[in-house]
Design a protein around this ligand. Structure first.
Ligand code: AMP
Ligand code: ZN
Length: 117
């Protein structure tokens, strides 16, 4: 697996190529607003290295996965949705509707969310 995929928009974002406003950043992770939000709070939390989906995570990624979750918690606190509640979604593959093949966690909040499905 290569760390940077030059055809991948999220690799470019993580690499700072679009001057994206990061809501949070740590050694291995960045978080930024979704360009097409479906809730008042809609943030994407992604690893800096190219990992296609959650299904590609292995033992060697434990630290990154932990950092993704810690960053997600920090974003929820920063944007004030911890008490009201939020939802995490990560799509893997076609039936889930994954559009960008670079692992990302959607953090959704700021309104009462509908049921899953
Ligand atoms: P998914 O369907 O889970 O792959 O989600 C991809 C998400 O990335 C969608 O919610 C898009 O709105 C979002 N997205 C695509 N391109 C960008 C971009 N350049 N900046 C921010 N969000 C993006
Ligand atoms: Zn990528």
């Amino acid at each position: 697996m290569t760390a940077y995929d030059e055809t991948c928009i999220f690799c470019k974002i993580a690499n700072g190529e679009f001057d994206t406003d990061f809501i949070a950043e740590s050694d291995n992770v960045v978080a930024f607003n979704d360009i097409n939000p479906v809730a008042p709070v809609h943030v994407l939390i992604i690893p800096k290295i190219h990992i296609t989906s959650v299904h590609e995570l292995g033992d060697e990624h434990q630290r990154i996965w932990n950092e993704l979750l810690v960053t997600t918690q920090a974003v929820a606190d920063k944007l004030g949705v911890t008490d009201s509640g939020y939802r995490l979604v990560t799509n893997a593959g076609a039936n889930a509707g994954q559009e960008v093949p670079h692992l990302h966690i959607h953090l959704l909040g700021g309104k009462k969310l509908g049921s899953l499905g």
